[in-house]
Ligand binder design. Sequence first.
Ligand code: NAD
Length: 467
Amino acid sequence: MPQDHLLRWANGRWTAPLVRRLGLPQPRVLPRCTSAYGPREFEGRHVQRVRVPSGAPDSGGLADWLRHRGAQLWPESGRLGVPAPDAQPSPRLQTCIVDARTLIRTALLDELHDALSDAVRQMAPGGRMLFLAPAAEESCRAALPEALLCRRALEGFMRSLARELGRRGATVNMVCLPQGPLYDAPEQWAPMLRFLGTDRSAYVSGQVLVLQDEADHPFGPAASPWNDTLAVVTGAAGGIGAATVRRLAAEGARVACVDRPEAAPTLDALAHEVRGLALPLDIIQPDAPDILAAALAGHGGIDLMVHNAGITRDRTFARMRADEWHTVMAVNLQAILAIDAALDAATLWKPGAREVCLSSISGLAGNAGQTNYAATKAGLIGHVQQRARIWQSSGRRINAIAPGFIETPMTAHMPWMAREAARRLNALSQGGLPADVAEAIAFISHPEATTVQGQVLRVCGLSLLGA
Ligand code: NAD
C-alpha cells in the first residue's frame, strides 16, 4: 500500500524542520487504541469537566464514573493550569468533557469563550474534547424557541474548534442527550464516553451523535454480550473488513468472514487467526443470500451483520459504461438488500441484533467521477434510516458508518494527485487507517450502545467533503 511520506517526514527529527519551512501541512501521528475494551478505559488520562453555563446543575455521577475508570480528574472550576494533586508535573489536558446541556438561551453563548479558552490552550496533542448538548431538535423547539439556535451555534463552534485542534491531532465531537431517564445517567453514556473521550476515536472529529431515550423508544430485549455473539463481516479480506474482523474477535465475538471465492486463501488465513469461520461467497450471485442464511441458521442465527463489501468503478457519468454502473449497484446496494431480505424472511436475527452498513462521505457530499458509488452509498443511508424505524421497538439496531479517505487497497488504486488531495483535505491532514473504522464499528455495534439507532457516523477526520 502507498505510504504517507508527508506524515513520516513531518514527524521525523531531521525532516520536520524542512516540512515546516516549506509551509507543507504537518500531520501528527495520532494516538490510537485498538485493543478490546477494558474496565479502566481512562487509566492515567488527565480529564476535566467544564460546565457552560458555569452555574448549570452538576451531573455528579460523571465524575465518579470517570474516576472509577482510572481518570485523573482536574478540578472542575478555577484555573485550568492547576492539575490534581496526584497528577504528574505540568500535564496537558487529554480529555475535556464540556457539559452544555443547559445552553439553551442565546445570551449564554457569550459564556463559551470564558469557559473554554483555557481548556483549549491546555489540550494535549491528540486530546479529545466532547460536548454534551441538548438533544433532538423537537425537544429543543419545545423547551424554548432559542434552544434550536443555540444547538446550531454550538455545532458550528464545535466543528470550527475541531478544525483548529486538528492541527494538534486532537478531535472535538458532540453527543446530544434527550430529556428523560438518559439525561442524568452517566453510566448510560459509557459507550459514547469511552469511544469519543479516548484514543479509540482517533479519526472521528466534528461529529454529532444524537442518542435516543428508552422512554420514547423501548429498546426490547438486551443484546448478548460479545462472547456470545455471532458476527458476519462481508468483504472480510479487504482493508476495513479484515481490521473489523480482528477488532470484533478481540472483544470475543465469533466472526464469519465473507468474501469472494477468489479471496479464499486470505479468508481462510484470517478465519484461522481469529478462530472464526470462512465463507467464500460472491454476494451478487442470485443464490448468495440463501446460502448465507442457511449457513447462519446452522449457527442458531445472527447477532451482528456488517455490510462492508464494496467496490468502486470511477468515471464521470457521461463516459461511464453501463456495466460500471450496474456492477456498483449490484455489489454496494442490491446485494445488501437481498441479504437483509433473506435474513428477515428466515427470522435469523437474534434478540438485540445489530446491523452496520458501510456508507461513504461520497454518499453524503457527492463526488465527481463517483455518481454510481455515491448513489449506492447514499441509498444505504436511506436503507438504514428506513430500517431503523421498522426496528425501533424490536430491540434491534441499525446504523451507518461513513468513512472518508482510509488507507486501504481500494484507495491505493487512486491516481497520485487525487489520493494526496483526499489525504490532506481534512482537519487532521492525513488519511485514516482501517483500524479507525473498525473501532467505530465496534463502538456502534457494542451490545451496550442501545441508545444509538439510525445514526450515520463519519470516520473522516472532518473531511472538507460534505462537512
Ligand atoms: P477493499 O477493496 O480493501 O475491500 C473490499 C472487499 O470487498 C474486498 O476484499 C473485496 O473482495 C470484497 N468484495 C467486493 N465485491 C464482493 C462481492 N461481490 N462479494 C463478496 N465480497 C466482495 O475496500 P475497503 O477500503 O476496505 O472498503 C470497505 C468498505 O468501506 C466498502 O464498502 C467501501 O465502499 C467503504 N469505504 C471505503 C473508503 C476508503 O477510503 N477505503 C471510504 C469510504 C467508504
